[in-house]
Design a protein around this ligand. Structure first.
Ligand SMILES: C[S@@+](CC[C@H](N)C(=O)[O-])C[C@H]1O[C@@H](n2cnc3c(N)ncnc32)[C@H](O)[C@@H]1O
Length: 750
């Protein structure tokens, strides 16, 4: 079996990659993972067996799909946090392991503080016994310390790959210097997270089948790839099967570990019940805030212990709750501790906490501490996913299809090369892009030949995805108000070869539909607070004020109305708007959509058509959004190992009713819940879908303002007259009589 050069069209057209000889030793320091290899490439003609062995040896096994392990590896490979941050994160991870090892114990407020003595930090813990017990448990429990475990899995990984190399006839085992994998450009990393840790992504078969190149493996390997791709290269299928098999094996391991962890938790819980233990986790009500200890820095480890203890109490208040204390007392304590432990402003911690039951909230906050996996989107305008995967594998990138839900995504486990600087990247064969950001475009599903608006487009991940889906036909207006970001947008459009795209840089509120409208589809990937991407930008934890959660939704509402008004409801193929944010806050999502539905009764919510995601909230904290909000989709880092995201799809079913825009006499987006033109949302959130009659039509784009339009036209006419040396007053008087000019311009716009 040979890897024939025609099977790699991706490289053929690239800037010369003349790696006649390439040897590498990869060590992702701090990751507990090593893969050494050396290989010789004779350009374009690579003996298949050697190639296969080299790939196995070089790429190393994909990181296990266990968050705690995956992220440890990935973090070293892609982004190195500041030393302090890294130390904190390591400690939190070690804490997580420790939580599973120790029994419930009591920790009160006094135990939460640390005092400085003789320059050495000492924990001020009255119950020294409990503390000693806890630390002993950590050091000497049945489970090995985290560090030891890491080394062991590293050895296992290495043995697996060394054996296979030997079987293949062996390659020289050269060791070289460490390769720094942290070379991705800032811009690329901006877009480079996420991967769904979704059971659907992996098959369930035994790991015995993993590296076999038998027909069944090849079939399964091929199954992971796009059905419309060429299936004739057995070598490539084998590679896919290998990677897939490894993931399966690791998946099984993950499942086993999760089971063991749960068993331990159950065990600990049972023991607690047996001894009738009611952990004392609540602070004393009369605790003196003026005590010196109250101002000392909290001890993170003890705080962590109290968080997990509180969660256990909340799991079973009846047997574990302290007499006289309510569930609300525990929730308040938990929230306070989570806010301190993870470093969130109290109001944001509360906002995010309230989205989930307590245990799930904890998982959410925990997931925000680890980066999402690196994912790239194949640019099908330039290549195919399989060809790209093969090329990157040959460069020492360990990857696999992101999941069955996407035909273009590849998740990267490990890379010996900076992914933002490969010849394939520079040639536009892929975009480093968060997996979650595929979703709005998939929901929008732009069709060939359509006119599409990407209202807030920079840096262009979604625009270029749309161009690919449209096969470079039709026309995309890619707009972004930020001129600097628009430069990146233009760069990406060029690099990825999107030729059906017009870039503009307007404030969307002023431009659409006033300057141009009548689109078949509009994507509004709105500016937002970023509460879904805290792992990528931890500054969100503290820099978003309560005012931001008023100001942003206000702008989002206005933008969504403009998006709706820019759609042509008579479009034969479309008439859709997709609204998305990388925020999980209800104010920026369901509330914005509900508002738009109330102001535009000529619009209805649609199924997004996405194969994954949780349903949107039907109600939240007394606010009702209507049953149809179930059709919106929410994505969470702890559930899908993706960025937090929200996607809603709307269909414009009729023209915007007369007066909808200024029905209340107030500015759009000013307030919720007002009835508009007999259709809208009452305070109870019920949407009135009274059909809108044609007689109510104001114009094609909805909120069109004739008077404002006339001013613009007059101004333009005056300017033109002045240029020609004519009297502007005369021209304007003639030109705008009986609205004739306006009529002409409007007709043109259609
Ligand atoms: C979430 S980002 C868009 C990401 C982009 N869709 C992508 O996939 O690469 C939101 C964008 O909205 C832009 N923006 C903010 N306010 C805007 C406005 N009034 N009109 C147009 N764009 C705006 C920001 O500059 C920012 O680039």
């Amino acid at each position: 079996m040979t890897l024939n050069s025609s099977a790699a069209p991706a490289t053929a057209s690239l800037p010369a990659f003349s790696a006649e000889r390439m040897s590498a030793s990869v060590r992702a320091s701090g990751t507990g993972f090593r893969a050494r290899s050396s290989l010789t490439l004779s350009s374009g003609r690579w003996p298949a067996r050697a190639a296969k062995a080299a790939r196995r040896s070089k790429q190393g096994p994909p990181a296990p799909l266990d968050e705690s392990l995956v992220t440890r590896k990935r973090k070293a490979a892609v982004a190195v946090p500041e030393p302090q941050l890294l130390a904190d994160k390591k400690r939190r991870r070690a804490d997580l392991k420790n939580d599973l090892e120790k029994p419930v114990k009591s920790v009160g407020k006094k135990e939460m503080v640390a005092s400085e003595k003789g320059g050495k930090r000492q924990e001020a813990i009255p119950n020294g016994k409990a503390s000693r017990k806890a630390s002993k448990g950590r050091g000497t429990g049945n489970q090995k310390p985290a560090q030891e475990e890491e080394v062991e899995s590293e050895d296992e990984d290495e043995a697996l790959w060394e054996d296979e190399s030997a079987e293949e006839g062996g390659l020289d085992d050269l060791s070289g210097g460490n390769i720094d994998l942290d070379e991705l450009s800032e811009d690329d990393l901006d877009n480079s997270d996420t991967f769904p840790l979704d059971a659907d992504n992996f098959l369930d078969e035994d790991d015995e089948e993993v590296v076999d190149s038998d027909a069944e493996d090849i079939r399964r390997g091929a199954h992971m790839w796009s059905e419309d791709e060429d299936e004739d290269d057995a070598e490539e299928k084998l590679t896919a099967a290998n990677i897939e098999g490894l993931s399966r094996k690791l998946d099984t391991k993950l499942a086993q570990e999760a089971e063991d962890a749960q068993a331990e938790l159950d065990d600990a819980a049972m023991q607690t019940n047996i001894v009738g233990d009611r952990p004392k986790v609540l602070e004393e009500e009369d605790q003196d805030e003026d005590q010196p200890s109250a101002h000392l820095a909290p001890d993170l480890q003890l705080l962590r212990t109290r968080i997990t203890d509180t969660l256990r109490v909340l799991d079973d208040m009846a047997s574990r709750g302290e007499p006289g204390r309510s569930r609300a007392d525990y929730i308040a304590q938990l929230l306070k501790d989570i806010s301190t432990y993870y470093g969130y402003s109290p109001h944001l911690a509360e906002k995010l906490f309230s989205l989930f039951p307590p245990r799930e909230a904890f998982a959410f906050f925990e997931a925000n501490e680890t980066p999402r996996p690196v994912v790239l989107r194949t640019n099908t305008l330039r290549t195919h996913r399989r060809a790209l995967a093969q090329t990157l594998i040959n460069r020492g990138v360990s990857l696999e299809p992101v999941g069955k839900w996407s035909k273009v995504g590849l998740q990267v486990f490990e890379s010996a090369v900076p992914l933002g600087a490969t010849p394939e990247y520079l040639a536009g064969h892929y975009m480093l892009q968060a997996a979650a950001s595929f979703l709005p475009v998939m929901a929008l599903a732009p069709q060939e030949g359509e006119r599409v608006l990407d209202m807030a487009a920079a840096p262009g991940g979604k625009t270029t995805h749309m161009a690919a889906l449209m096969h470079n036909t039709g026309c995309i207006f890619a707009n972004d108000a930020n001129k600097e970001r628009s430069t990146a947008l233009v760069g990406n459009i060029h690099r990825l070869g999107a030729r059906n795209t017009i870039v503009c840089s307007y404030d969307a509120l002023k431009a659409f539909p006033k300057i141009i409208g009548g689109f078949d589809r509009v994507l509004l990937d709105a500016p937002c607070s970023g509460t879904g991407v805290i792992a990528k930008d931890p500054s969100v934890k503290t820099n978003k004020t309560e005012l931001d959660f008023v100001r942003l939704p206000h702008m989002q509402k206005k933008l969504l109305l403009a998006a709706i008004d820019s759609v042509d409801h008579r479009s034969k193929t479309g008439g859709y708007v997709v609204y998305s944010t990388c925020s999980v806050a209800v104010e920026e999502n369901e509330e914005v959509v509900r508002y738009a539905l109330s102001r535009r009764p000529n619009v209805k919510l649609m199924d997004t058509g996405l194969p994954l995601g949780r349903e949107g909230f039907v109600e939240f904290r007394g606010k009702k959004f209507g049953k149809e909000m179930k059709m919106a989709r929410r994505f969470y880092p702890h559930v899908f190992n993706m960025d937090g995201f929200f996607v809603a799809k709307l269909k414009k079913v009729g023209p915007t009713p007369r007066g909808a825009v200024k029905a209340t006499g107030k500015k759009e987006g000013a307030e919720d819940g007002q009835k508009v033109n007999g259709g809208g949302v009452g305070v109870d959130g019920e949407v009135d879908k009274t059909p809108v009659g044609e007689e109510e039509v104001e114009d094609d784009f909805g909120g069109w303002d004739e008077d404002e339009d006339r001013v613009y036209i007059e101004r333009a006419l005056k300017k033109a007259a002045r240029k020609k040396g004519k009297d502007p007053k005369v021209v304007v008087g003639r030109g705008t009589q009986n609205g004739s000019v306006t009529g002409k311009v409007k007709a043109k716009r259609r």
